[in-house]
Design a protein around this ligand. Sequence first.
Ligand code: ATP
Ligand code: MG
Length: 284
Amino acid sequence: MIVATDRAPDEAIVRFENVGLRYGLGPEVLKDVNFALQKGSFHFLIGESGAGKSSLLKLIYLALKPSRGLISLFDHEIAITPRPDLPALRRRVGVVFQEFKLLNHLSAYDNVALPLRVAGVRESVVKKHVSELLAWVGLEQHMQARPPTLSGGQQQRVSIARAIIARPQLLLADEPTGNVDDVMGFRLMHLFEELNRLGTTVVIATHNMQVVERLGHGRLLLDDGRLIMESARAKIAPKLENLVPGSRQKALAAAESAAAADSFGKYPGDSEIFGDPSSLKDYL
Ligand SMILES: Nc1ncnc2c1ncn2[C@@H]1O[C@H](COP(=O)(O)OP(=O)(O)OP(=O)(O)O)[C@@H](O)[C@H]1O
Ligand SMILES: [Mg+2]
Protein backbone atom coordinates (compact mmCIF):
# COMPACT_ATOMS: atom_id res chain seq x y z
CA MET A 1 0.00 0.00 0.00
CA ILE A 2 1.31 3.46 -0.85
CA VAL A 3 0.60 6.10 1.74
CA ALA A 4 -1.55 8.72 0.07
CA THR A 5 -0.18 12.16 -0.54
CA ASP A 6 -2.26 14.92 -1.97
CA ARG A 7 0.30 16.37 -4.36
CA ALA A 8 1.40 15.35 -7.82
CA PRO A 9 3.67 12.30 -7.76
CA ASP A 10 6.41 14.09 -9.69
CA GLU A 11 6.97 16.34 -6.68
CA ALA A 12 8.23 13.40 -4.64
CA ILE A 13 11.91 13.75 -3.79
CA VAL A 14 12.04 10.25 -2.30
CA ARG A 15 9.70 7.36 -2.97
CA PHE A 16 9.78 3.88 -1.42
CA GLU A 17 7.56 1.08 -2.73
CA ASN A 18 7.34 -2.18 -0.79
CA VAL A 19 10.92 -1.83 0.37
CA GLY A 20 12.43 -4.51 2.57
CA LEU A 21 15.93 -4.65 4.02
CA ARG A 22 17.87 -7.46 5.62
CA TYR A 23 21.54 -7.53 6.54
CA GLY A 24 23.06 -10.73 5.15
CA LEU A 25 20.98 -13.72 6.14
CA GLY A 26 19.50 -11.95 9.16
CA PRO A 27 15.83 -11.06 9.68
CA GLU A 28 14.19 -8.24 7.77
CA VAL A 29 14.88 -5.05 9.70
CA LEU A 30 12.66 -2.99 7.38
CA LYS A 31 9.45 -4.49 6.04
CA ASP A 32 7.09 -3.29 3.30
CA VAL A 33 8.12 0.31 3.66
CA ASN A 34 6.00 2.65 1.55
CA PHE A 35 6.17 6.41 1.56
CA ALA A 36 6.77 9.47 -0.57
CA LEU A 37 8.48 12.63 0.62
CA GLN A 38 7.22 15.73 -1.11
CA LYS A 39 9.55 18.48 -2.19
CA GLY A 40 10.02 21.03 0.58
CA SER A 41 8.64 18.82 3.35
CA PHE A 42 10.14 18.46 6.84
CA HIS A 43 9.85 15.17 8.71
CA PHE A 44 11.12 13.70 11.93
CA LEU A 45 12.02 10.02 11.73
CA ILE A 46 11.28 8.44 15.07
CA GLY A 47 11.28 4.97 16.61
CA GLU A 48 13.07 3.01 19.32
CA SER A 49 16.77 2.29 19.26
CA GLY A 50 17.26 -0.51 16.72
CA ALA A 51 13.98 0.28 14.94
CA GLY A 52 15.84 0.90 11.67
CA LYS A 53 16.14 4.71 11.44
CA SER A 54 19.79 4.75 10.38
CA SER A 55 19.15 1.87 7.98
CA LEU A 56 16.27 3.75 6.36
CA LEU A 57 18.41 6.87 5.93
CA LYS A 58 21.22 4.76 4.42
CA LEU A 59 18.79 3.41 1.85
CA ILE A 60 17.78 6.97 0.95
CA TYR A 61 21.36 8.18 0.49
CA LEU A 62 22.23 5.07 -1.50
CA ALA A 63 24.72 3.60 0.97
CA LEU A 64 22.64 0.41 1.12
CA LYS A 65 20.63 -1.47 -1.46
CA PRO A 66 17.18 -2.74 -0.50
CA SER A 67 16.67 -6.51 -0.35
CA ARG A 68 13.38 -5.96 -2.17
CA GLY A 69 11.16 -3.17 -3.42
CA LEU A 70 11.79 0.05 -5.32
CA ILE A 71 13.44 3.28 -4.30
CA SER A 72 13.42 6.45 -6.32
CA LEU A 73 15.43 9.55 -5.53
CA PHE A 74 14.78 12.85 -7.33
CA ASP A 75 12.52 10.90 -9.70
CA HIS A 76 15.26 8.46 -10.67
CA GLU A 77 14.36 4.81 -10.16
CA ILE A 78 17.59 3.66 -8.54
CA ALA A 79 17.39 0.03 -9.69
CA ILE A 80 17.49 1.12 -13.34
CA THR A 81 19.74 4.18 -13.01
CA PRO A 82 23.18 3.59 -14.58
CA ARG A 83 25.81 3.28 -11.84
CA PRO A 84 27.92 6.18 -13.15
CA ASP A 85 24.90 8.48 -12.65
CA LEU A 86 24.53 7.68 -8.94
CA PRO A 87 27.30 9.93 -7.52
CA ALA A 88 25.66 13.00 -9.08
CA LEU A 89 22.34 12.10 -7.40
CA ARG A 90 24.13 11.43 -4.15
CA ARG A 91 25.77 14.89 -4.26
CA ARG A 92 22.32 16.48 -4.11
CA VAL A 93 21.88 14.94 -0.65
CA GLY A 94 23.49 16.39 2.51
CA VAL A 95 24.01 13.84 5.26
CA VAL A 96 24.70 14.32 8.94
CA PHE A 97 25.97 10.90 10.00
CA GLN A 98 25.21 9.49 13.44
CA GLU A 99 28.94 8.80 13.82
CA PHE A 100 29.99 12.15 12.19
CA LYS A 101 32.46 10.65 9.65
CA LEU A 102 34.71 13.69 9.61
CA LEU A 103 38.14 13.54 8.00
CA ASN A 104 40.48 13.55 10.97
CA HIS A 105 43.53 14.79 9.09
CA LEU A 106 41.70 17.95 7.97
CA SER A 107 40.78 20.96 10.11
CA ALA A 108 37.14 21.71 10.96
CA TYR A 109 37.33 24.49 8.35
CA ASP A 110 38.63 22.18 5.61
CA ASN A 111 36.05 19.50 6.42
CA VAL A 112 33.24 22.01 5.95
CA ALA A 113 34.88 23.56 2.87
CA LEU A 114 35.14 20.20 1.12
CA PRO A 115 31.69 20.08 -0.57
CA LEU A 116 32.15 23.62 -1.91
CA ARG A 117 35.65 22.88 -3.19
CA VAL A 118 34.41 19.70 -4.86
CA ALA A 119 31.76 21.85 -6.55
CA GLY A 120 34.49 24.20 -7.81
CA VAL A 121 33.45 27.23 -5.75
CA ARG A 122 35.99 30.10 -5.68
CA GLU A 123 38.23 30.12 -2.60
CA SER A 124 37.20 33.65 -1.58
CA VAL A 125 33.55 32.55 -1.57
CA VAL A 126 34.42 29.33 0.28
CA LYS A 127 36.14 31.38 2.97
CA LYS A 128 33.18 33.69 3.49
CA HIS A 129 30.59 30.93 3.69
CA VAL A 130 32.56 28.44 5.77
CA SER A 131 33.66 31.08 8.31
CA GLU A 132 30.11 32.43 8.68
CA LEU A 133 28.52 29.03 9.10
CA LEU A 134 31.12 27.76 11.58
CA ALA A 135 30.68 30.95 13.58
CA TRP A 136 26.91 30.49 13.51
CA VAL A 137 27.19 27.00 15.01
CA GLY A 138 29.49 28.39 17.72
CA LEU A 139 32.82 27.10 16.41
CA GLU A 140 34.50 30.39 15.58
CA GLN A 141 37.38 29.55 17.94
CA HIS A 142 37.84 26.03 16.60
CA MET A 143 38.03 26.44 12.84
CA GLN A 144 41.61 25.21 12.62
CA ALA A 145 41.15 22.35 15.10
CA ARG A 146 41.28 18.78 13.84
CA PRO A 147 38.22 16.67 14.73
CA PRO A 148 39.96 14.34 17.24
CA THR A 149 40.72 17.37 19.43
CA LEU A 150 37.06 18.48 19.47
CA SER A 151 34.30 17.32 21.81
CA GLY A 152 31.48 15.13 20.52
CA GLY A 153 29.10 18.08 20.34
CA GLN A 154 31.66 20.19 18.50
CA GLN A 155 32.32 17.43 15.97
CA GLN A 156 28.59 17.07 15.52
CA ARG A 157 28.32 20.75 14.62
CA VAL A 158 31.18 20.47 12.12
CA SER A 159 29.36 17.52 10.59
CA ILE A 160 26.12 19.54 10.35
CA ALA A 161 27.93 22.50 8.78
CA ARG A 162 29.52 20.20 6.19
CA ALA A 163 26.14 18.66 5.35
CA ILE A 164 24.39 21.98 4.71
CA ILE A 165 27.14 24.22 3.35
CA ALA A 166 26.41 23.39 -0.30
CA ARG A 167 22.63 23.80 0.06
CA PRO A 168 21.60 20.22 -0.65
CA GLN A 169 18.16 19.59 -2.14
CA LEU A 170 17.62 16.90 0.47
CA LEU A 171 19.08 16.92 3.98
CA LEU A 172 19.20 13.72 6.03
CA ALA A 173 20.36 14.05 9.62
CA ASP A 174 20.84 11.06 11.90
CA GLU A 175 20.51 12.11 15.56
CA PRO A 176 22.03 15.52 14.78
CA THR A 177 21.50 16.88 18.29
CA GLY A 178 22.40 13.77 20.27
CA ASN A 179 25.62 15.29 21.65
CA VAL A 180 24.67 18.90 22.37
CA ASP A 181 22.72 20.63 25.14
CA ASP A 182 19.11 21.70 24.73
CA VAL A 183 19.83 25.29 23.74
CA MET A 184 22.30 24.25 21.05
CA GLY A 185 19.90 21.47 20.01
CA PHE A 186 17.14 23.97 19.30
CA ARG A 187 19.60 26.33 17.64
CA LEU A 188 20.62 23.55 15.23
CA MET A 189 16.99 22.62 14.60
CA HIS A 190 16.41 26.26 13.76
CA LEU A 191 19.18 25.99 11.18
CA PHE A 192 17.45 22.97 9.61
CA GLU A 193 14.14 24.82 9.58
CA GLU A 194 15.77 27.79 7.88
CA LEU A 195 17.30 25.50 5.28
CA ASN A 196 13.87 23.96 4.78
CA ARG A 197 12.32 27.39 4.34
CA LEU A 198 14.83 28.02 1.60
CA GLY A 199 13.64 24.91 -0.23
CA THR A 200 15.55 21.90 1.12
CA THR A 201 13.53 18.79 1.95
CA VAL A 202 14.54 17.65 5.44
CA VAL A 203 14.43 14.33 7.30
CA ILE A 204 15.79 14.17 10.84
CA ALA A 205 16.11 10.94 12.81
CA THR A 206 15.87 11.69 16.50
CA HIS A 207 15.11 10.27 19.92
CA ASN A 208 14.47 13.75 21.25
CA MET A 209 10.68 13.79 21.62
CA GLN A 210 10.83 17.22 23.25
CA VAL A 211 12.11 18.64 19.97
CA VAL A 212 9.59 16.62 17.93
CA GLU A 213 6.63 17.74 20.04
CA ARG A 214 7.74 21.34 20.16
CA LEU A 215 8.52 21.85 16.50
CA GLY A 216 5.64 19.88 15.04
CA HIS A 217 6.32 18.86 11.40
CA GLY A 218 5.46 15.51 9.87
CA ARG A 219 6.56 12.26 11.41
CA LEU A 220 7.84 9.02 10.00
CA LEU A 221 7.40 6.46 12.75
CA LEU A 222 9.27 3.15 12.55
CA ASP A 223 7.73 0.35 14.54
CA ASP A 224 8.92 -3.24 14.24
CA GLY A 225 10.46 -2.52 10.82
CA ARG A 226 7.27 -0.96 9.45
CA LEU A 227 6.86 2.69 8.66
CA ILE A 228 3.88 4.83 9.55
CA MET A 229 3.71 8.31 8.03
CA GLU A 230 1.95 10.97 10.03
CA SER A 231 1.40 14.61 9.26
CA ALA A 232 1.63 16.95 12.23
CA ARG A 233 -2.11 17.56 11.99
CA ALA A 234 -3.14 13.92 11.57
CA LYS A 235 -1.31 13.24 14.80
CA ILE A 236 -3.37 15.79 16.67
CA ALA A 237 -6.77 15.01 15.20
CA PRO A 238 -7.47 11.51 16.61
CA LYS A 239 -6.85 12.72 20.14
CA LEU A 240 -9.58 15.29 19.66
CA GLU A 241 -12.35 12.76 18.97
CA ASN A 242 -13.13 12.62 22.68
CA LEU A 243 -13.60 16.33 23.11
CA VAL A 244 -17.05 17.91 23.40
CA PRO A 245 -18.32 19.08 19.95
CA GLY A 246 -17.66 22.84 20.19
CA SER A 247 -14.17 22.54 21.59
CA ARG A 248 -13.17 19.90 19.02
CA GLN A 249 -13.96 22.37 16.25
CA LYS A 250 -11.97 25.07 17.97
CA ALA A 251 -9.01 22.79 18.65
CA LEU A 252 -8.92 21.63 15.05
CA ALA A 253 -8.88 25.22 13.83
CA ALA A 254 -6.06 26.00 16.27
CA ALA A 255 -4.06 22.97 15.13
CA GLU A 256 -4.56 24.03 11.54
CA SER A 257 -3.38 27.58 12.09
CA ALA A 258 -0.43 26.31 14.16
CA ALA A 259 0.56 24.05 11.28
CA ALA A 260 0.36 26.99 8.89
CA ALA A 261 2.33 29.33 11.15
CA ASP A 262 6.06 29.68 11.22
CA SER A 263 6.85 27.11 13.90
CA PHE A 264 9.49 29.22 15.56
CA GLY A 265 7.15 32.15 15.58
CA LYS A 266 5.24 30.28 18.27
CA TYR A 267 8.09 30.56 20.73
CA PRO A 268 8.86 34.14 21.54
CA GLY A 269 12.30 34.32 23.01
CA ASP A 270 13.88 31.79 20.66
CA SER A 271 14.97 34.48 18.25
CA GLU A 272 16.97 36.12 21.03
CA ILE A 273 18.73 32.86 21.81
CA PHE A 274 19.31 31.94 18.21
CA GLY A 275 20.15 35.23 16.60
CA ASP A 276 18.91 36.18 13.19
CA PRO A 277 19.28 33.31 10.74
CA SER A 278 18.36 35.53 7.78
CA SER A 279 22.09 36.11 7.30
CA LEU A 280 22.24 32.46 6.28
CA LYS A 281 20.38 33.34 3.12
CA ASP A 282 23.62 34.70 1.72
CA TYR A 283 25.08 31.29 1.36
CA LEU A 284 22.39 28.70 1.95
N1 ATP B 1 25.69 -3.51 9.51
C1 ATP B 1 24.74 -4.24 10.10
N2 ATP B 1 24.76 -5.58 10.09
C2 ATP B 1 23.79 -6.31 10.66
N3 ATP B 1 22.73 -5.80 11.30
C3 ATP B 1 22.64 -4.45 11.35
C4 ATP B 1 23.63 -3.60 10.76
N4 ATP B 1 23.28 -2.31 10.98
C5 ATP B 1 22.13 -2.37 11.67
N5 ATP B 1 21.74 -3.63 11.90
C6 ATP B 1 20.52 -4.07 12.60
O1 ATP B 1 19.42 -3.43 11.99
C7 ATP B 1 18.47 -3.00 12.97
C8 ATP B 1 18.22 -1.52 12.79
O2 ATP B 1 19.44 -0.80 13.11
P1 ATP B 1 19.57 0.76 12.91
O3 ATP B 1 20.96 1.12 13.19
O4 ATP B 1 19.02 1.08 11.57
O5 ATP B 1 18.58 1.27 14.05
P2 ATP B 1 18.33 2.75 14.61
O6 ATP B 1 16.85 2.94 14.66
O7 ATP B 1 19.13 3.72 13.83
O8 ATP B 1 18.88 2.64 16.10
P3 ATP B 1 19.52 3.81 17.04
O9 ATP B 1 18.37 4.67 17.48
O10 ATP B 1 20.13 3.04 18.18
O11 ATP B 1 20.55 4.56 16.23
C9 ATP B 1 19.04 -3.40 14.32
O12 ATP B 1 18.44 -4.61 14.72
C10 ATP B 1 20.51 -3.61 14.05
O13 ATP B 1 21.03 -4.60 14.88
MG1 MG C 1 20.69 4.99 14.32
